[in-house]
Design a protein around this ligand. Structure first.
Ligand SMILES: O=C(O)CCC(=O)C(=O)O
Ligand SMILES: [Fe+2]
Length: 198
């Protein structure tokens, strides 16, 4: 689902101890074999624009506690850049410590900061979805089923950039800490977008 991020503020959230969990001190350049992009983990403590964007998102996506997320992952794709098909949920066998401590990546919040002139859409081939967002749009999806198991339908990719530069900022939101804001697992309304945005 996509949603344009509207400017709202929530000063209390910024001061809350939970918010501090995704704050920290380092910004580390990241390399990955499954994508061709410049990547950086960004901690928004000293980045007022990102901190504000985070607060606005938390206001808009009330059903998810975003403070459980990893630091922002910023990806900048130049011409021929891409992110090959992948899942965002973690394999608990190879990411044992992280998954045990914080649960799996229950949701992805992808903020489109800049779109490419050509190419660079986000595709979900298993559900026949090709998303062509505008700058400022936010794409949110759940990576796990109500049972907590990984959802194989969430396979996705950033298609190759044909012209220009695409920049996205991702929050991978973890399961632990969502108990009081997420609807209960057995609820059929779990995937209802109104629970996230209204
Ligand atoms: O940039 C995109 O379209 C996809 C990004 C993505 O898959 C991710 O950040 O996990
Ligand atoms: Fe992804």
């Amino acid at each position: 689902m996509t949603q344009n991020s509207t400017p709202k503020s929530n000063g209390a959230l910024l001061k809350s101890p939970l918010f501090q969990r995704i704050s920290g001190k380092t910004e580390t350049p990241e390399k990955s074999e499954i994508r061709a992009a410049n990547g950086t983990w960004l901690i928004h403590e000293n980045r007022p624009n990102f901190a504000k964007m985070f607060r606005n998102l938390q206001t808009d996506i009330a059903a998810l506690d975003l403070s459980t997320a990893e630091p922002w992952q910023i990806l900048s794709y130049n011409s021929d850049g891409y992110y090959a098909h992948h899942y965002d949920f973690l394999n608990p066998d190879t990411n044992k410590q992280l998954v045990e401590a914080r649960g799996n990546r229950i949701a992805t919040v992808l903020v489109i900061l800049q779109i490419a002139k050509k190419g660079g859409t986000t595709v979900f081939p298993k559900i026949n979805l090709n998303i062509r967002p505008k700058a400022g749009d936010v794409v949110v999806w759940l990576n796990t089923l109500p049972s907590g198991e990984s959802d194989s339908q969430t396979l996705h990719a950033a298609c190759p950039i044909k012209e220009g530069t695409k920049i996205g900022a991702t929050l991978w939101v973890h399961a632990k800490g969502q108990e009081f804001s997420m609807p209960c697992a057995e609820s059929k309304k779990y995937y209802d977008r109104r629970l996230f945005f209204e």
